[in-house]
Design a protein around this ligand. Structure first.
Ligand code: GLA
Length: 374
């Protein structure tokens, strides 16, 4: 049974009758990692891994949810004090609250949802959930960028992650066949038709997630903010290497390296856009490898398994490869010449499994639409 049929059927079983169907999507990011909360550029796109929800107003003040994948029901009211304990339900509660805080209206509803965005792979399953419900509650009244912000505020205020805007932006604005270059300082963005002749994007999901203590993601962000404050700029978007070097004596070595990565990454995104416009995929690939090195050595968000996959990609002759998303596990994104795809995938699966005892999961990326009503 397809995802749509399943969601409809389970909705009918749990609540009887029909509901409106909404979809949203996970995302990839070609380049521009840990730049969003630094006011920099990102280059994401939505993918064909979806989140589907059947949603129907119930004329009460209560929300009744059923997650098919977790096989769990949760019910809550819409006041601040009604926050559910379950993390997955907090994403939806948070979105409703953020809309209410902005003066919008959300009334009670019944909803059933399911998805095939892998969890913990760095493909932003949580942003897909937030964007789907934000889109559904919106009723056209809220402009789309604000919907992405509502998802982001949900992460900040209800889930403890001080994320940037990239994931929610990608799942709200995603368009089939297009990547998007977003300037996270101004909110301006551009669609980039993306179908590189002779190449394809392949994700290799290590299926490891290193849960590190005291939220390393938030700590990275704090490092960047400390350096920006020291340099007297709003965000590292407004800093360059000369400014950073001039202040080096007053910055810890760790913070210096974090900022060096971010400043380098800003330029790499712009280089990749130019290279794509020129059809120069070799340069795109080189920048991806550079990003991996920066995330590994300076930003320190990689891990052994991802470094192994990155080395392996290079050995196989893959054009570009790097860790994708927040880090500490999840997947690498690989720009691969089509004729090399099968050999690369076979080698990655075989060697990774031999070393780590489990096979990675492979996803051939299809750039797809983001949040929408079906
Ligand atoms: C996570 C966050 C994003 C972004 C990436 C790193 O996916 O949710 O906002 O910061 O990490 O680029």
């Amino acid at each position: 049974m397809g995802l749509q049929e399943k969601v409809k059927k389970v909705f009918a079983e749990k609540f009887s009758g029909d509901a409106t169907l909404y979809a949203s999507a996970g995302r990839i990011n070609l380049i521009g990692e840990h730049t969003d909360y630094n006011g920099g550029f990102v280059f994401p796109g939505a993918i064909d891994k979806m989140l589907l929800a059947a949603i129907r107003p119930n004329a009460t003040d209560r929300v009744n949810l059923f997650s098919i994948d977790i096989d769990e029901a949760v019910s809550f009211g819409l006041e601040e004090a009604d926050a559910p304990a379950q993390q997955w339900a907090r994403y939806i509660f948070g979105v409703a609250r953020e809309i209410i805080k902005r003066g919008g209206t959300v009334r009670g509803f019944d909803a059933v949802f399911a998805g095939n965005v892998p969890l913990g792979a760095g493909l932003s399953s949580s942003a897909a959930l937030e964007s789907c419900f934000a889109f559904a509650f919106n009723g056209g009244a809220i402009e789309k960028y604000e919907l992405a912000r509502i998802g982001q505020s949900t992460e900040h205020n209800y889930c403890g992650v001080n994320c940037g805007i990239m994931d929610q932006f990608a799942s709200v604005f995603g368009r089939k066949g297009n990547l998007m270059r977003l300037d996270c300082r101004s909110g301006e963005f551009e669609y980039f038709p993306f179908s590189p002749e002779g190449y394809q994007l392949v994700l290799v999901d290590s299926r490891v997630k290193h849960e590190l203590a005291d939220s390393p993601y938030n700590k990275r962000r704090q490092s960047c903010e400390r350096v920006a404050a020291r340099l007297g700029v709003d965000t590292l978007r407004d800093a360059d290497m000369a400014m950073l070097d001039a202040a080096r004596a007053d910055i810890s070595d760790e913070d210096y390296r974090r900022a060096r990565y971010v400043i380098g990454e800003k330029q790499r995104v712009l280089d990749v856009c130019d290279a794509l416009n020129a059809g120069d995929y070799e340069t795109v690939g080189e920048r991806m490898y550079e990003t991996h090195r920066g995330l590994r050595d300076d930003y320190e968000v990689s891990c052994e398994e991802l470094d192994f996959l990155n080395d392996l990609a290079r050995r196989c002759g893959v054009t570009g490869s790097r860790i994708m998303g927040g880090g500490f596990g999840g997947c690498t994104i690989n720009l691969v010449r089509k004729e090399l795809r099968d050999k690369f995938v076979d080698t990655a699966v075989g060697e990774f499994a031999a070393r780590y005892g489990h096979a990675p999961q492979i996803y051939d990326v299809v750039i797809s639409d983001g949040a929408r009503r079906l």
